[in-house]
Every structure is written in structure tokens, then in C-alpha cells.
Design a protein around this ligand. Structure first.
Ligand SMILES: [Zn+2]
Length: 288
């Protein structure tokens, strides 16, 4: 389980949330067997989706982050529910590129140029979709830019995933700090000072800091109060029934063609790699 904590400054100007997403990133590694830079990229995207999805108003609200880049990873998608549970996938899981000039996994290079879309499904007829050009492909910067340009919410977002040489995930996590409407601007320099003094998230987790320690550190000097906390995990909500509905959506003619091959049809879930097998008879059953 990954712990999420949320806190608010005493004057109600600024809210922060933090997550130790190590378990979520470890599941990404287990399900998708990505190379190190893809684990870092997907781990960051999933951590961000978890922080942004957590606390959505309604139980069935869904938040999706989609990156379409021209780098080797291709497109990446992460979907989070209102508890911060998340699932994610990418076009290409094996990307081998040199470290960047800071000696770190080159997420920006693997993502390339392109767009970030934030899709909010609030159970209305049409989901809300906001799309911006990627700033760096490093993900945290791109999402902060989305908030600034599309939602006019001043935001600080930090994400980190530390991958071991054997490709296992050592630490992953992130924090999100946002000004609330009518915020007292006096809090801005305090936040800026806090953020500048904070080590990278994975260093904080490595030193034993918890999500609660991190969220309180974000709001240090602003008399933070803990708002709430939750536990999130990598969770895929696929099922045989949902998979059948996807098959039905391809249309009767296509289904008939599939059934006439007289071979079992295997449908693999992009998010958890689970395989669902349908016999030709079962496919014909869907046509009716
Ligand atoms: Zn699945």
C-alpha cells in the first residue's frame, strides 16, 4: 500500500499532498517489466495521477493523464480513482537510451516532444479534457505547466522514482502543493523557501521520511494541519465483463469475422497484462 497524506496551512491559503508511491512503482515494474527509464517515466506519471486523483469529489470520478510524445516510449496513460488507486500503460516498455547530462535516467529524452492531456471523467456526458504542449517531458514540470495555463492554479509538483541496477524500484513518491482561491500571497515566499531547501523526494524517502513528514515539510512555517490520509495501490479494474463490452464495441460485422476464424480470441489488458480468452461460440454470443 502507498500512503497519501494531505495537509492545509492554518489560514487556508495552501494545500499540499504527498505520497510514498514505492509500492505502486514496484507493481509497474512487476506487471510491465519495463526498462529503467520507462519505470521512471511511468512511475512519475502514476504518482502524479494518484496525487491528482486522490480526493476527487465522487467515488466514481476518474482522472487520466495521457502523454503523447515522439520519443521512444510513445504514448503513456495513467488513470486514477478518487482514492488515488492507479493503473498505467505505455506503448513501448523497453527503451534504452544514455543517461542525461546530470547522470540521471533521461525521462525527457525517452518521452520527447508532444502533448500532455488531463482528462477528468466526472460522470457527466462528456469528460473534461485539457491539453497542453509538453515543456520538458520530465512530467512534473509538464503537469505544473498544465495547472498554470489550463486551470490558473499556482502549483509545485515534485516526482521521483529511484530504480536499482537490477531494475527493481527502491523508492518512488511525490508531492503536490497548490494555492487555494483567495490565498494570502504572503505564503508564496515561504513555500518557495521550503521547496528550494527540500532534497529530492527519493532522498527524503530513503532517509526514512514518511508521506506525513514530507507534506508537513512542504508547509513548514505555515502551521499546517493534516486534512486527511489514504492508502492507494496499483489497481486494475478490468474484468471479463468489461472486456466483452469492448469486444461488442467493435461491431457485429467484425465480431462475426472473428468468430468465423474458428479460433480462440485472446484479449490482453493493457494495464495489468491479464489475458481473457473467448471461444468462437462466446464471440458469436456477443453478436446477439
Ligand atoms: Zn487489467
Amino acid at each position: 500500500m502507498s500512503v497519501i497524506k494531505r495537509a492545509i496551512s492554518a489560514d487556508g491559503s495552501v494545500v499540499a499532498s504527498a505520497v510514498d508511491a514505492t509500492d505502486i512503482a514496484a507493481m509497474i515494474e512487476q506487471y510491465h517489466k519495463p526498462s529503467a527509464v520507462v519505470t521512471a517515466a511511468l512511475g512519475r506519471l502514476a504518482t502524479a495521477a494518484s496525487l491528482m486523483g486522490y480526493g476527487q469529489k465522487n467515488e466514481n470520478d476518474r482522472l487520466t493523464l495521457r502523454i503523447d510524445g515522439d520519443g521512444q516510449i510513445g504514448s503513456m496513460v495513467a488513470v486514477a480513482d478518487s482514492h488515488g488507486n492507479v493503473k498505467c500503460c505505455a506503448d513501448n516498455y523497453i527503451v534504452e537510451i544514455p543517461l542525461n547530462d546530470k547522470g540521471k535516467l533521461d525521462v525527457g529524452g525517452a518521452v520527447g516532444n508532444g502533448t500532455l492531456s488531463v482528462i477528468k471523467d466526472l460522470g457527466l456526458k462528456e469528460p473534461y479534457v485539457g491539453t497542453i504542449p509538453l515543456v520538458s517531458g520530465e512530467i512534473a514540470e509538464d503537469i505544473a505547466s498544465y495547472y498554470a495555463s489550463s486551470e490558473q492554479i499556482p502549483t509545485v509538483l515534485s516526482l521521483g522514482v529511484l530504480v536499482a541496477p537490477d531494475l527493481s524500484v527502491l523508492h518512488a513518491g511525490g508531492f503536490l502543493i497548490q494555492l487555494l482561491p483567495f490565498a494570502d500571497e504572503a505564503c508564496i515566499p515561504v513555500i518557495e523557501k521550503n521547496v528550494a531547501a527540500m532534497p529530492p523526494v527519493t532522498d527524503m524517502l530513503k532517509s526514512g521520511m514518511t508521506a506525513e513528514d514530507i507534506v508537513l515539510r512542504c508547509l513548514e512555517g505555515l502551521t499546517p494541519n493534516l486534512l486527511d490520509s489514504g492508502e492507494a495501490c496499483y489497481r486494475c479494474d478490468c474484468s471479463r465483463e468489461r472486456t466483452s463490452r469492448v469486444l461488442v464495441s467493435i461491431g457485429k460485422a467484425e465480431l462475426q469475422k472473428l468468430a468465423e476464424t474458428h479460433e480462440d480470441i485472446e484479449v490482453c489488458c493493457h494495464f495489468c497484462e491479464k489475458k481473457y480468452v473467448f471461444t468462437p461460440d462466446e464471440i458469436m454470443g456477443l453478436v446477439r
